[in-house]
Design a protein around this ligand. Structure first.
Ligand code: URP
Ligand code: ZN
Ligand code: ZN
Length: 474
C-alpha cells in the first residue's frame, strides 16, 4: 500500500511528458507507472493536469537587511507564498558585513530558516577576501553549502566584492568543487552616472534605469566571465537582463566554459515604462527593468540554451519600506529620489505561472523547458539533484500539479505575500499551479495552505564536478 498515488497526470521531465501515475511512499517517490486506486491510502486524480517536479527558488532575499529595509515576509510566510507558486525548496543568502565569518553567517542564516514549511538551503556570501574569509570556503563546502555569492556593485552599501576578492573566491571555490554566483553591474559606471544626476539634481525613477544601462551590466558580466576563464572555474551569473551579456556567455559556451546564466521572470514580462509612473519606485530593482527588445533577447537565450536557470530574486518589500526614506511634494506626489529606494521586487509566487503562461501557453518554450528552468537545472547546478528536481523513484516527492487551462488575473488579492501591491496587477496568465506536494505531503490544495511551520529541512548540497568542468547540465 502506497501513501499517495497521483493518477493519470502528464508527468513532465526535461526530456519527456508521459501520462502515468506517480506512487509515493513516505517522503519519497516510490515509482512511476500504472497503479490501482486500491493501492493508495490517498489517490489524487490528476487527469488533464501536468505533474512537474517542485519548483526550486535559488534566488531570494527574505528577512535580509538591505538599504535600510528588511522585507515583509518571515521565512514561514515566505514558504507559504512560495508553496502557492509551486515552490517546494528555496535558498537564501547569508547576511554579510566586513569582518563577519562567511561560514558562521551562513550557518546562522540556515538557523533563521528553520521555521520554513518547505525545504531550504543557503548560499555563502563574500564581501572581502581576508585569509579567514577565504578559509571558510572549505568549511562551507563540507557543510553542504558549495555556492558563494558576490556583488560587483553596492559599494556604498558595503557589500561589493572588489576584483581581488572575486579572483580569490573563484580560486578557492574551484578547489572545493564550489560555484561562485555573481551579481554583475559595474559599480564605476553606475557611480559616475549617479554623480551626473547629482550635478543636475535629478533623481527621477527614469534616471535610475539610465544610470545602470545595458553596458553597465554587460561590462561586469564580461569581466566576471574573463575572471572565471582566467582562474579556470565555473561561474553562475544571476539576474541577467540582456542580449549583450548573453553574447558574452555564448562566446564562453563556444569554448566549453561552464558559465551558467540565470534570468528572472520580471525581466521577461515587465519593462522600464514602469519608471515613468508616479509609483515607479516600486519597480526599482537591480539591474533595472529594460525594454521589450531585451526581453525578446532573453526569450531567445532561453530557447537556445544560453540561459539554463531562472530565479525570482524575490524581495518582498511593502510600499512602506520602498517609500520609507522618500518625501512628498506639496501636491502629494513623490519627490523622486531613486537613491533613497531599496532595490528589489517580489516574485517568488509568480515565477512558475509567468513562465507557463508567457512561455508555454504563448508557444515560446515547452513545458519540459519550464521543468528544467524552474527545477531540474537548478537542482543540478546547485547540487541537490536527484534528491530534488526530478520525478523519479528515490527522489523526494516534491511535486506541483499544473492546470494549463486555468486562467488567473494576477493581483495582490490572489497572491499570498504580505504586501499591498502587485507589479503584475491585472496581468492575465493561462497556466497555473493548483496543488503543491512537499516530501509526500499536500501543502497547497483547493487554494488552501496545509503545510506546517518547521516542516522544512536544511538540504545539504554537493555539486557534481562534471557541471563545473564544462558547460552543460545534461
Ligand atoms: O534589486 C535587487 N535585485 N535587490 C536585491 C539584491 C540583489 O541585487 O539581488
Ligand atoms: Zn543582485
Ligand atoms: Zn538578488
Amino acid at each position: 500500500m502506497y501513501d499517495l498515488i497521483i493518477k493519470n497526470g502528464y508527468v513532465v521531465s526535461p526530456s519527456s511528458t508521459v501520462q502515468c501515475d506517480v506512487a509515493v511512499q513516505g517522503r519519497m517517490i516510490a515509482g512511476l507507472g500504472h497503479y490501482e486506486e486500491t493501492e493508495g491510502r490517498r489517490v489524487i486524480d490528476a487527469s488533464g493536469k501536468y505533474v512537474l517536479p517542485g519548483v526550486i527558488e535559488a534566488h531570494m532575499h527574505c528577512m535580509a537587511p538591505f538599504q535600510g529595509a528588511l522585507g515583509a515576509n518571515s521565512f514561514y510566510e515566505q514558504s507559504i507564498s512560495a508553496a502557492f507558486g509551486g515552490v517546494t525548496m528555496y535558498m537564501d543568502f547569508a547576511n554579510m558585513g566586513k569582518g563577519d565569518s562567511p561560514y558562521k553567517q551562513a550557518l546562522a542564516r540556515a538557523d533563521e530558516m528553520k521555521e520554513s514549511a518547505i525545504d531550504y538551503s543557503v548560499h555563502g556570501k563574500f564581501v572581502e577576501s581576508t585569509p579567514e574569509a577565504i578559509a571558510d570556503i572549505e568549511k562551507m563546502a563540507e557543510s553542504g553549502i558549495p555556492t558563494f555569492k558576490m556583488f560587483m556593485t553596492y559599494k556604498k552599501e558595503g557589500v561589493m566584492s572588489d576584483d581581488e576578492t572575486m579572483l580569490k573566491v573563484f580560486e578557492k571555490a574551484k578547489q572545493v568543487n564550489g560555484l561562485p554566483m555573481v551579481h554583475c553591474e559595474s559599480n564605476g559606471i553606475a557611480e559616475i552616472n549617479i554623480e551626473k544626476c547629482e550635478a543636475k539634481q535629478d533623481f527621477s525613477w527614469v534616471n535610475f534605469a539610465k544610470c545602470k544601462p545595458v553596458l553597465c551590466e554587460a561590462e561586469a558580466f564580461a569581466r566576471a566571465v574573463y575572471f572565471a576563464e582566467y582562474v579556470g572555474n565555473a561561474l553562475l551569473v544571476v539576474h541577467t537582463t540582456n542580449g549583450e551579456a548573453l553574447n558574452t556567455a555564448r562566446r564562453a559556451h563556444g569554448k566549453g566554459l561552464p558559465i551558467y546564466v540565470e534570468t528572472g521572470p520580471h525581466y521577461l514580462t515587465l519593462f522600464d515604462d514602469l519608471y515613468q509612473g508616479e509609483n515607479g519606485h516600486l519597480a526599482i530593482c537591480s539591474p533595472p527593468l529594460r525594454t521589450p527588445k531585451e526581453a525578446q533577447e532573453l526569450w531567445e537565450g532561453l530557447q537556445d540554451g544560453t540561459i539554463l536557470l531562472t530565479g525570482s530574486d524575490d524581495c518582498t518589500f511593502d510600499v512602506d519600506e520602498k517609500s520609507m526614506f522618500l518625501e512628498k511634494n506639496p501636491d502629494g506626489t513623490w519627490k523622486q529620489d531613486f537613491r533613497k529606494v531599496v532595490n528589489g521586487m517580489s516574485g517568488i509566487e509568480i515565477r512558475l505561472p509567468l513562465l507557463l503562461s508567457e512561455g508555454v501557453s504563448k508557444g515560446r518554450i515547452s513545458i519540459n523547458k519550464v521543468c528544467e528552468l524552474t527545477s531540474t537545472n537548478i537542482a543540478k547546478i546547485y547540487g541537490c539533484y536527484p534528491q530534488k528536481g526530478i520525478i523519479a523513484p528515490g527522489s523526494d516527492a516534491d511535486l506541483v500539479l499544473v492546470d494549463m487551462e486555468k486562467e488567473v488575473t494576477l493581483s495582490k488579492d490572489v497572491l499570498h505575500n504580505n504586501i499591498s501591491y502587485c507589479l503584475h496587477e491585472g496581468f492575465k496568465v493561462k497556466g497555473y499551479p493548483v496543488m503543491t506536494i512537499s516530501k509526500g505531503k499536500v501543502i497547497v490544495e483547493n487554494g488552501e495552505f496545509k503545510g506546517k511551520q518547521g516542516d522544512g529541512e536544511f538540504i545539504k548540497r554537493k555539486i557534481h564536478p562534471v557541471y563545473l568542468e564544462r558547460y552543460g547540465l545534461n
